[in-house]
Design a binder for this molecule. Sequence first.
Ligand code: ADP
Length: 422
Amino acid sequence: MTDKTTILYIEDDPGSQVLVQRTLLHAGYRVVVASRGIEGLDLAAKELPDLILMDINLPDLSGREVTTRLRSDSRFRSVPVVALTAQAQAGEREKTLVAGLTGYLTKPIDVDRLPEQVATFLAGRKESLSVEALAEAQAAYNQELVNRLESKIRELERNYSELRRLDKIKEDFIQLAAHELRTPMTTIYGYGRLLQESPIIRKIRDESTEVQIFLDGLIESIERMTGVINEILTISRIATGRVELSVGPINAVRMMDKLVQGFQPVIQQRRLVMEFDPKQWPALMQGDSDLLALAFTNLVGNAIKYTPDGGTISLTAQQTNHTVTVAIKDSGIGIDKADQTRIFEQFFTTNNTQLHSTSKTAFRGGGLGLGLAICRGIIEAHGGRIWVESEGRDETRNPGSTFWVELPLQARIMSPRRVVTA
Ligand code: ADP
């Protein structure tokens, strides 16, 4: 920190910025400059200036509004704030003083006099108004504030409805594109399977490792692409509230058992320990079995994906009268506190999406950042809750994460929360 007197100049015109800065620097002051009202408020809080020079016509908040805002903060109650403005119409000076400014200097800037004027305000000079002028200016300033507020609200409403319109176009496009892609993919997948099972191809495949690699690579990529298309379709339905639950009885023991079995190959390959006790899970609950299985597959898949080889994943469930609380705990890299709500947003991923070629269950494998948004949509559509606990992310210490899911045993059908893309 310097012991020079600091002046904050809030001004959007570059020419004035340079002129004032040069003049005051020359006079021995330290000068910091902000080009917008909000930026000025932030800079004032950071620099705690000794005096503020304020343009009135700023692109966001007006200089008057910035000053009124500053005056509500005890740190700025007695800091001189001097208008430096081209507004010379009748009533402007009065409105400006009533808003909390200390003085009113008009442009063009008189560079010869400015340092001396600044010095007098620093020494305690304060411009004042007569009682009558004060009342009139106060009413005019109040009116100005209300008018600006109204026009800002109208502008926000217009922007919001435009965004909603664009968001709908985007969602419709995603749905259409994903549907159009899924149809030929289903055919390609079917032919791929037929190829795999055809006795002639099998014979060639057994004889040639090359053909085997080509065929396996083909099928794996088709499966991956089908998975991505389905993920996009599901999230798009959840985002637009178009997901329809088909609720029926679910045997969660069987559902989870099947799910864990499905992950066995990767569990073995990555030498993971999977702790799972089927007895803890409800043999009967209500819900959409396909969607709940998808949600838990995503959660277990993530636990595997973000846990280094040799780690432990545990799936536990605890039942009360009306709910089941599930914990999916891993010994993986963990999640930063700051990201713990954001990870449930669409397309939020800490992975580099440029490196998406790896398998989804490989350590830190690829993903679109849709899995948890889908989970949240599905769980909330069942009237449940999902949240995460983790000490933070640390790829050497591996503090792990626990994803909690609380579900009613009898699904209360809720319309899922709208998930808006950031
Ligand atoms: P994706 O895995 O495709 O990136 P998700 O929506 O499934 O998308 O997850 C979003 C982000 O949440 C991931 O990028 C990752 O940073 C974090 N995450 C999810 N599950 C875990 C976990 N079990 N351990 C650590 N990080 C996780």
